[in-house]
Design a protein around this ligand. Sequence first.
Ligand code: SF4
Ligand SMILES: [Zn+2]
Length: 364
Amino acid sequence: MKQNNKMMEHDFVAEKIKRLREKSLKNKKAYSKDKLNKPISYWTKKERLKDQIGKEFTIILRTKGCKWALEQGGCSMCGYIEDANIKDVDSEQIMNQFDYAVSKTIQFIKNDTNNYILKIFNSGSFLDESEISKPVREYIYKKIAEIPQILEFSIESRLDFITQEKLDELQKYLPNKYIEIGMGLESVNDHIRNRYINKGLKFKDFLEKLQLCHNNNIGSKVYLLFKPPFLNEKAAIDDCAHSIKEMIKLNVQTISINPCNVQKGTLVEYLWHSHRYRPPWFYSLFDCFNKALNEKDLKKIRILCDPSGAGTNRGIHNCLRSSCNDKMKTHLRDFILHQDLSRLEQIEYDCICRIEYQLKFPYI
Ligand code: SF4
Ligand SMILES: [Zn+2]
């Protein structure tokens, strides 16, 4: 009976996600040719590199979209499919998107004294043939190999698409770059990951792909979701702190913490509208870092966290005073750039909402 209830709970979540997704994509208009020849976005900014402070050059490509989202509705917090084309995007157009971002930025990079990490995101899986074909991947790799200021190259992919062949390809074209593949594990807990986040991914499969990356000298970046739906503040801290510790034990190179934010067309948005979800508090995130990390671990791993929508009611926030959230954002950024926990210890919690938080969550 208990088993049946659990099944129903999962079916309900998965079904609800599918229906919400269908509804939100129903009236989606096709992108113009001009739009498909340019990336969704690109930028440069300060970022923590493996052994130094440097800069990131990020390019967001517009592709067909994440297969998991298109076929199964996707993950409960993810609205990236809203930016995707849904229909196939020509290889040539994707190459044009990449070239556009590079041509607009390359001179700036060349004149800069900083080293760079190039992050290419496509709101899905870079290694999925239906989003980015082999000729496009090879084209991109060859171009990156020619830019010496780029020391690190980062992409992300669902596990199914990470294969020996694709890792060989990366090593072949980019022998002198540090390569990292981002994998959305979200939590080490199978129940939270699959029933609350609808990730469709088993921990044992993750371990297999992690090993494959290690064997091929490819770095691993693991995404963890901070405060998935259906977890309260305390459970979110415990789940994420536990997941961080497990990732350290597994020797992943980078852990990227994503404080959950409310994206369009998602189950999280549905719950948020009906007052059954609130994005996490900054206080909780810092508590989680303090519980999970120590100076010794931070010499071994890199921790990243660059929350979307921070300080707004759709993103991680304390109260909604900008003075309060700006202070939190500054300290978070400082901590990430320097990988130094003492930066979090120095924060003075002087906003009135600190008392509200302590009264609401006396056990944290
Ligand atoms: S989080 Fe990743 S796997 Fe999940 S729907 Fe979004 S892009 Fe797809
Ligand atoms: Zn406040």
